[in-house]
Structures are given as C-alpha cells and as structure tokens.
Design a protein around this ligand. Structure first.
Ligand SMILES: NC(=O)c1ccc[n+]([C@@H]2O[C@H](COP(=O)([O-])OP(=O)(O)OC[C@H]3O[C@@H](n4cnc5c(N)ncnc54)[C@H](OP(=O)(O)O)[C@@H]3O)[C@@H](O)[C@H]2O)c1
Length: 262
C-alpha cells in the first residue's frame, strides 16, 4: 500500500520491531512520528529515514510508563495540528521473574505501558481518525496472549488483554473506515530478552524471528484488513494447537520453553 501523504506514529521506535516497522512504513512513503525514551536513537533513525526515503520524520522522547505521557503525546501531534493516520502501539517490555520478586513499581510501569497507555492512545487517536474518515491502528501483543506464562505472569496476561481488546474493537468498528489489527509476535531477535532478563533456551534461540520479518507480517495484516495475526507459521501453529491441550499442561510447557522453573 502506498502511504505517501499519510502520517504514522510508532511507539517503541528506538529498537527492535518498532525500528523495523518505522523503516517499512517510511519505505512506503509515510511521514513518521517516532517515540520512545532514548532520544539519540530516535534522532539517528529519523535522519536515516529522511535521507533514504525523503519523508518527514519527527521524534518525541517520552516515557509511556507514566500515566501523563499518552495525553502529552496526543497534544504534541494531533493537538498541535499534525494528523495521525496510522497508530502503531508497539512499545512494551516484560520481566522474567516470579511475580512477588518483581518490585511493584516495575510491574506498575509495565501495566501502564503495555495496557493503559496503549488503550488511552487508541482512544485518543481513534476519535479524529473516525472524524476524518480514515485510519489504521496496529496493536502489538505477543503469543503470550494465547496462554498463561509462568515468570511472565503479568506480561502474558497483559498481552491477552491487548489481543482481546483489539479484536473486540475491530468488530465494533466494522462498517467504519478505521481498521484495527493485533500483531502477536513470537520470539523475535530484539533487545526484548535482555530487557526481560531472559536467557534464551536452545529452543527459543532456534525459533527467533527477525524483527524485519515480524514487522512485514504485521503491516501486511493491518493493510490486508486482518483483525489478528500471529507472526510466522511455527508460532501460528503453536497458538492454534494450545486449544487441544489441557490448560495446566499448556502453562507448564510455557514455563519450560521460556526457561525458568519453580
Ligand atoms: N522480541 C520478542 O521476542 C517479542 C515477543 C512477543 C512480543 N513482543 C512485543 O513486541 C513489542 C516490541 O518489542 P521488541 O521485541 O522490539 O523489544 P525491544 O527491542 O526491547 O523494544 C522495545 C521498545 O519499547 C520502548 N519502550 C520500553 N519501555 C518504554 C517506556 N516506558 N516508554 C516508552 N517506550 C518504551 C523501547 O524504547 P526506549 O527503551 O528507548 O524507551 C523500545 O523502543 C513489545 O510490545 C513486546 O512486548 C516482543
């Protein structure tokens, strides 16, 4: 899809899947607003994309783990007269640890970023999209949305929220000109594992996908009017098959594959 004349806002654009999404959107001609906390990285990517594709790119350094950030981001863009046609809620992190051993502030920040900020940004940017009669929203969840994952308890539960919220919203918006889609990546070679303090097991390491491929699958689904997509055949099969396995076994296997045991 040719995106010249459209503006895409990508959260978590300083690393991993967010960088890949930004590059692919710019390659289709979209102007970009890039946001994350690490401004130096955003600025370097902005410069690269302006040079490579001749698109407008602005950067907004923000901590979306804070409750005031989504409104600040809205005011810096739509509120300042910059229409956002494509919203990509990609920023997120997990922590691999037993729930009671994670400092509460860390869990609260994760819930704010992965769930509350994503929901508030969707709400704020959706309204002007509906008024203008066009818009796309891509929410990034995880294959953790399909199963409880021990030692990623709040993370996986939060991603189940993202998936259910996005699919319900896509149904509510049927018949409107706004498309909403959920991307569920499996293991992807980004900074996610380091940030989570997760050491990849042999199996996880073999199955890691490139962020470029994951982003390509997500954008194809978004512009192809899908409501939900699991990235890649292997992970799609895994998410499909869990419905046939006893739930307790699924939980045990998820913990085993992710590499941390009670
Ligand atoms: N990689 C995987 O295996 C995997 C699997 C399933 C789902 N996912 C999901 O994919 C999405 C992208 O993750 P990734 O794999 O690309 O990981 P990543 O390389 O660690 O990138 C995460 C991005 O989120 C941003 N971010 C983190 N905390 C933030 C905060 N408080 N405020 C604003 N931005 C923040 C980071 O930027 P700053 O640090 O500069 O703020 C970074 O740009 C996440 O939602 C993640 O849950 C990843």
């Amino acid at each position: 899809m040719e995106l010249r004349g459209r503006t895409a806002l990508v959260t978590g654009a300083s690393s991993g899947i967010g960088v890949a999404l930004a590059r692919q959107l710019a390659a289709r001609g979209a102007s970009l607003v890039l946001t994350a906390r690490r401004k130096d990285r955003l600025d370097a990517l902005a410069e690269e994309l302006r040079t490579a594709h001749g698109v407008d790119v602005t950067t907004v350094a923000l901590d979306l783990g804070r409750p005031t950030a989504p409104l600040a981001l809205y005011e810096a863009t739509e509120g300042a007269g910059q229409a956002v046609d494509i919203l990509v809620n990609n920023a997120g992190f997990g922590t691999q640890e037993r729930f009671d051993r994670i400092p509460w502030d860390k869990s609260a920040e994760q819930i704010q970023l992965n769930i509350v900020s994503l929901t508030e940004l969707t709400r704020r940017f959706l309204v002007p999209m509906l008024e203008r009669g066009r818009g796309h929203i891509l929410n990034v969840a995880s294959i953790g949305a399909y199963m409880p994952v021990p030692f990623f308890a709040t993370y996986a539960a939060g991603k189940a929220y993202v998936r259910n919220f996005t699919e319900a919203l896509a149904s509510e918006l049927a018949g409107t000109p706004v498309r909403v889609c959920c991307l569920c990546p499996g293991g992807t070679r980004t900074e996610f594992l380091d940030v989570a303090g997760q050491k990849a097991t042999w199996l996880v390491d073999r199955a890691l996908m490139s962020p470029e491929r994951c982003a390509r699958i997500g954008l194809r689904a978004l512009f192809g009017r899908r409501r939900n997509i699991v990235a890649g055949f292997l992970y799609s099969f895994l998410c499909w098959s869990v419905r046939f396995v006893p739930r307790r076994l699924v939980v045990w296997l998820a913990g085993l594959v992710m590499g941390k045991r009670a």
